[in-house]
Design a protein around this ligand. Structure first.
Ligand code: UD1
Length: 406
């Protein structure tokens, strides 16, 4: 498996916190990583990405702006806000606006940074932030947010005094960021828990790291095996971290698959029939919202009815009408999808609307009778590296017909 997109997107902006050269190994080759590279380059950072190694030189940062052109492509661009204002005392970052599955506010990022003493104004679609030395504070997030925890943590490491973040996100990508910051000289306690204590330091220094494996990519391939694998066959997902994936692996076992879990691999043997299994997404270590669309694709072929509830993003069901075009029987009411398993799906033209929705359509297409054309496949390249090649390696008949390979 590749390195985790959501870890890379946090590690890369962290390099703004101390001038110098960094080596980030196992960085995936993805459109979102390129977007973050372009954004950092526009600020004066030098970046070379070769053979999954990202070499970053942040010695000459001269601009403190994340323009709309970047942020509209990728919301994670907001991760530059905390490091810029903490290190350089100024940041102009475009507000991200909504996304395909509804509003995605950044109020928690702003409130958290304000508590650290950042002066923030909103003007003409931009967050205008300035500060002298930040000061430690106690922050209790109303909602557990990956992005806000990452942003505030990156600012707090350079604040004067101690910052406490309660209801902090516990996602492995946030722990990976915290561990990287510690390598850079930050003092952070409680990594991996929802209570972080950060004792600010005067300055940090560059460090190197190896990006953790992508648990969502690994989960997607396991669902691919469960949906399209033949009884008696086995698919082994290697170079993953099973410890980050127990919510997904447990549900796959509930759905009838046999799993062998090693230290850094998971092997799945399908049972030949998919049992209906309800899923409710939640913060880590619950079932990830980033696996919800793929799970609905799997449940579309289960021998019964299942209920899939998304408690993180209430409107994240854009894949459902497309799965219905393939013959799935799904109804959505508010944030709850009722999936009545059907015996088979039939190939059709379908449209991807976002990254994980595209993955779910590909999974359904693997098992649908006839050919499925997934349009707007560029969404996939944001978060899956060479997915069609990896699936072909497992025996899938899948080709990229148009659109550049990334
Ligand atoms: C990150 C992931 C994304 C994943 C999501 C939830 C990255 C780059 N992206 O997104 O793939 O789907 O976590 O696991 O890591 N919220 C607020 N106010 C805020 C911020 C968030 O109300 O200021 C709410 C959101 O609307 C959502 C919940 O908090 O309901 C969680 O969102 P959050 O964890 O912030 O998601 P992202 O960091 O944007």
């Amino acid at each position: 498996m590749s390195g985790a997109k959501n870890a890379s997107l946090a590690l890369m902006p962290a390099t703004l916190l101390a001038p110098g050269t960094y080596t980030l190994q196992n960085t995936p080759t993805l459109r979102d990583v390129t977007t973050m590279s372009r954004l950092l380059e526009s600020m004066g950072v030098g970046i070379v990405h070769a053979d999954h190694t990202l070499t970053v030189d942040s010695s000459h940062v001269t601009r403190f702006e994340a323009p709309y052109e970047h942020v509209k492509k990728m919301r994670a661009s907001i991760y530059v806000l905390g490091p810029l204002v903490a290190r350089y005392g100024a940041a102009h970052v475009s507000l991200p606006g909504g996304c395909a599955w509804g509003p995605r506010p950044v109020n928690l990022h702003i409130e958290g940074l304000r508590k650290l003493g950042v002066e923030i104004k909103l003007d003409a679609g931009y967050i205008l932030a300035k500060a002298t030395r930040l000061r430690g504070a106690r922050i209790v997030f109303d909602v557990s947010s990956v992005g806000a925890t990452g942003n505030v943590m990156m600012a707090a490491v350079l604040a004067k005094g101690t910052t406490v973040i309660d209801n902090a996100a516990m996602e492995p990508e946030i722990s990976a960021l915290a561990e990287f910051l510690v390598r850079m000289g930050a003092r952070i306690n409680g990594i991996g828990s929802n209570h972080l204590e950060i004792e600010g330091v005067d300055e940090l220094h560059p460090a190197d790291c190896t990006t953790i494996p992508d648990r969502i990519e690994a989960g997607t391939f396991l669902v691919a095996a469960a949906i399209a694998g033949k009884k008696g066959s086995k698919v082994r997902v290697e170079r993953c971290n099973p410890g980050h994936m127990s919510a997904v692996t447990t549900k796959l076992e509930d759905a009838g698959a046999t799993l062998t879990i090693g230290e850094d691999f998971i092997e799945l043997e399908p049972s030949g029939e998919i049992r209906p299994v309800n899923v409710t997404t939640s913060i880590y270590s619950g079932f990830p919202t980033d696996m919800q669309a793929q799970w609905i694709a799997l449940m579309s072929l289960a021998g019964g009815t299942s209920i899939v509830t998304d408690t993180i993003y209430f409107d994240r069901f854009m894949h459902v009408p497309e799965l219905i075009r393939l013959g799935a029987n799904i109804t959505v009411k508010e944030n709850i999808a009722t999936v009545v398993g059907v015996e088979k799906l039939k190939g059709a033209k379908v449209m991807s609307t976002d990254l994980r929705a595209s993955a779910s359509l590909i999974l359904a297409g693997l098992i649908a009778e006839g050919t499925t054309d997934v349009l707007r496949v560029y969404h996939l390249d944001r978060g899956y590296e060479r997915i069609e090649k990896k699936l072909s390696g497992l025996g899938a008949d899948i080709q990229r017909v148009s659109g550049e390979e990334f």
